[in-house]
Design a protein around this ligand. Structure first.
Ligand code: C2E
Ligand code: CA
Ligand code: CA
Length: 795
């Protein structure tokens, strides 16, 4: 059954959208958190990298510094070697060497380079004489021989006097006789002489503090091993004066933002009165990392390098953070859109699939499960019943008179009626029962759970009962009455097809037993059905085998009691079964189309026979039944004409009986055929009148002569007011239309009296005579045409 799917998909979609929204939100959250962490990590890593960079930078700076100083040392050592190499070395030679070596170009930090001699008091006079003879090379120095004078003057055990010097500025920083061991360099020079190791001393000058350093020169070259040896062999010092600013700037080049201090401390092993001098260069900023290098010779280098790249790191982290958040949001949005879109697409696919599935498994007219689904449900139901040890049943339902309604009122009304029947059936079923439509007017009801024989029969009765109430169908000017027959099978473990077939057989049984009832399948029915099928096979050869014959039932004038004619009724003498009544084979003839040929034979036989009964003094009609199938075939006119052609047959004596459904099946074309038949001179009767739904308009339109009131009304005329009323109405209708009325199925004198009272023209029924063979008609009727007057008018 159709699931309530009106609001379901929307809700599902909403739920799925919400789910995707949550997924997207989570993604954004996680992405953002990741971005924050990432940004933090970047910041930290940047900082670490910056620290590493700072340390590297500091190392580089300090290495450059040390390298420059070493460089200087090399120069000083070179100068020393030069001096020791030749004792007669003069200032002029020194100047020449300095120029050749381009020392001031190659050593930009070098301010001055010179040689200081260690002059014991005893040697002073000789030193003085040499110095006076040799003028200094310094351009600005006073050229004065003999003007050499030790300063500060005074007698001391030794003097430290410059023997030669080169100055960048061309000016001696100290006068020629200046005793360096009486000044700030004293400790440095003497310390260096004692230890054999160069010493560095900061020297305050007019322009700032410079760095002086001295390297001892010993007699013979190498540094003597012992302090005494060094004392004895000390010749003097080579010394350099350098500008620390230049060294520091040089070391800092390529390290922006870095600053450096170059500190000379007293704890350096040298004892210096001037300990604590500091040279500094470069900008001092905040957030810098200080790295200290102890050169372990009294000098300590502190390098201040900026850490973290500051703004850049923040920018990087911010970039990562915002970029991450943005990307997360975009991805979240995309995921949501795709996800929601995908949900939507999936939903559409599912809806479409459901729709197609529904179409595949449901009847398009009633929306009920179709054959395929019903078969599946039967299988499921049987499986369940085996598992749960319950009994289940299949009810096969067929409307008794649907064809009539459909044919007479049209397919639109028929369809509406089927829908209404489906609705009614669904309405009375319990939850676990279901109803489906197999096609046409065939419905199936599945009864589950407690479906023992009494329960199922109760359900069947309920169904029959609920269908009894008239159906008010739009487009139909009268309420429609339907009845149904039901075949029931209590399910065994068998395939659905087989069960359905058995229910169908039971239905066939119910129909055969008089319709409007239910019947439970029994194996004997299967036999009946097989029988039926065999009969159908046999029927095909019956005409050629001459197994058909006609009986003739007299019709009697109710006013005079005279026999007016006969109705030809078909019989089949089956070689094994004997005489078979038409109810059992006429439908087969109709469905197989054999009725056309057989009907033609009936017409010919009846006409030929009736010609025998023709009498000059009175009319003697013969009525022949025609099926709808015969009317559909336009050969019918030829068949009728040729049937009447034998002898000089009066067409007015031939009555063609047509049922309402045969007439209304296709009113347009039927009207044409009827007109052509009518033009042959025959009379037309509506058979079983009152059971169909022929509209008055068509009755007027068709060239009808006789109404045959159906025997079901005649049967009830004595004890049912309703039947009496219907008979009354039908007779009045006949009179109104100027038609002859015949009541069929007259069985009792009471019925006869009432029909006579209603002024019905003609009667037919067992009360007068059963269908008779030709001989009986000859004997009974032909010999005394007023034979029945004793019944109609008992004296
Ligand atoms: P029908 O045309 O309504 O024929 C009347 C039926 O009512 C006959 O049944 C007849 O035996 C039966 N009958 C007559 N009087 C009484 C009565 O007082 N009480 C009862 N209970 N029944 C009575 P039958 O001969 O069995 O025919 C049944 C139906 O078979 C006919 O109904 C007709 O529709 C069809 N049929 C018979 N012969 C032919 C035929 O040659 N061609 C066609 N197309 N159909 C035929
Ligand atoms: Ca008839
Ligand atoms: Ca009839």
């Amino acid at each position: 059954m159709g699931a309530p799917t009106t609001i379901g998909p929307e809700r599902t979609l909403l739920r799925q959208r919400r789910r995707w929204l949550v997924v997207a939100a989570l993604l954004i959250l996680v992405g953002s958190a990741g971005s924050v962490l990432g940004a933090g990590a970047i910041a930290r890593e940047d900082h670490r990298q910056a620290e590493r960079n700072a340390t590297n930078s500091a190392t580089e700076v300090s290495v450059a510094l040390v390298r420059d100083i070493d460089h200087e040392q090399d120069l000083v050592d070179l100068a020393g070697a030069f001096v020791i190499g030749d004792p007669r070395f003069s200032q002029a030679d020194f100047v020449g060497w300095g120029n050749a070596a381009q020392i001031f170009e190659r050593y930009p930090e070098l301010e001055g380079l010179g040689v200081i001699m260690y002059v014991p008091a005893a040697s002073l006079a000789r030193f003085e004489s040499v110095q006076t003879l040799v003028p200094t090379a310094s351009p600005g120095s006073p050229p004065g021989a003999g003007s050499y004078q030790v300063s500060p003057s005074g007698v001391r055990p030794f003097y430290c006097l410059s023997s030669m010097s080169l100055e960048r500025k061309g000016q001696l920083s100290s006068p020629p006789g200046y005793d360096f061991c009486s000044g700030p360099l004293r400790n440095g020079l003497l310390g260096a002489g004692n230890t054999g190791v160069s010493s560095y001393v900061p020297v305050k000058t007019a322009t700032g503090t410079e760095l002086a350093f001295g390297t001892p020169i010993y007699q013979g070259g190498p540094v003597p091993k012992t302090p005494a040896g060094r004392q004895a062999a000390l010749v003097g010092w080579t010394g350099a004066e350098i500008s620390p600013d230049v060294i520091l700037a040089n070391a800092l080049s390529g390290h922006p933002g870095t600053s450096v201090t170059f500190h000379y401390g007293s704890n350096a092993g040298n004892t210096s009165a001037d300990a604590g001098a500091t040279f500094a260069s470069g900008p001092r900023a905040r957030g810098v990392q200080a790295t200290t290098f102890d050169l372990s010779n009294g000098w300590r280098v502190r390098v201040f390098t900026p850490v973290g790249g500051g703004v850049r790191t923040i920018a990087d982290a911010l970039f990562v953070l915002m970029g991450g958040v943005l990307i997360s949001m975009l991805v979240g949005l995309v995921i949501y859109l795709l996800g929601a879109g995908r949900s939507r697409a999936l939903l559409l696919v599912r809806e479409r699939t459901e729709e197609i599935n529904h179409q595949a498994f449901h009847d398009s007219l009633t929306g009920l499960p179709n054959r395929a689904l019903i078969l599946d449900r039967i299988d499921q139901m049987v499986l369940r019943s085996r598992r749960e040890h319950t009994s289940v049943a299949v009810l096969f339902l067929d409307l008794d008179n649907f064809k009539l309604i459909n044919d007479t009122l049209g397919h639109t009304i028929g369809d509406r009626l089927l829908i209404a029947v489906g609705t009614r059936l669904s309405g009375i079923l319990r939850g676990h029962d279901s109803v489906g439509r197999l096609g046409g007017d065939e419905f199936v009801v599945l009864v589950e759970g407690n479906a023992g024989r009494p329960e199922v029969e109760m359900v069947a009765n309920r169904i029959l009962g609920v269908l009894e109430a008239p159906f008010e169908i739009a487009g139909s000017d009268m309420p429609l009455l339907v009845s149904a027959s039901i075949g029931i099978v209590n399910c065994e473990d068998e395939p659905a097809e087989v069960l359905l077939q058995k229910a169908d057989i039971a239905l066939y049984g119910a129909k055969a037993a008089g319709k409007k009832r239910s019947m439970v399948f029994s194996p004997s029915m299967q036999v009946d059905l097989d029988d039926h099928r065999r009969l159908e096979v046999d029927l095909h050869g019956a005409l050629e085998a001459g197994q058909f014959f006609l009986l003739y039932q007299p019709t009697v004038s109710l006013s005079t009691g005279a026999t007016t004619g006969v109705e030809a009724l078909l019989r089949w003498r089956h070689p094994e079964r004997g005489v078979v009544p038409p109810d059992q084979f006429v439908p087969m003839l109709e469905s197989s189309g054999l009725i056309v040929a057989v009907g033609q034979w009936v017409l010919k036989t009846a006409c030929r026979q009736s010609a025998q009964w023709r009498r000059p003094d009175r009319q003697f009609t013969v009525a022949v039944n025609l099926s709808a199938v015969q009317l559909e075939n336009d050969k019918i006119v030829d068949h009728v004409r040729s049937a009447m052609s034998a002898g000089d047959f009066d067409p007015a004596l031939l009555i063609l009986e047509l049922t309402e459904s045969a007439l209304m099946h296709d009113p347009e074309s039927t009207g044409l055929v009827l007109a052509r038949l009518k033009s042959l001179g025959v009379r037309l009767a509506i058979d079983d009148f009152g059971t169909g739904y022929s509209s008055l308009a068509y009755l007027r339109q068709f060239p009808i002569d006789i109404l045959k009131i159906d025997q079901s009304f005649v049967v009830g005329i004595g004890d049912s007011e309703e039947s009496a009323a219907i008979v009354h109405t039908l007779v009045q209708l006949g009179k109104l239309l100027g038609l002859e009325t015949i009541a069929e199925g007259v069985e009792t004198p009471d019925q006869l009296r009432r029909l006579t009272d209603e002024q019905v023209d003609t009667g037919q029924g067992f009360l007068f005579a059963r269908p008779l063979d030709v001989g009986a008609v000859d004997r009974l009727v032909m010999e005394d045409p007023d034979y029945f007057s004793m019944i109609t008018a008992p004296k």
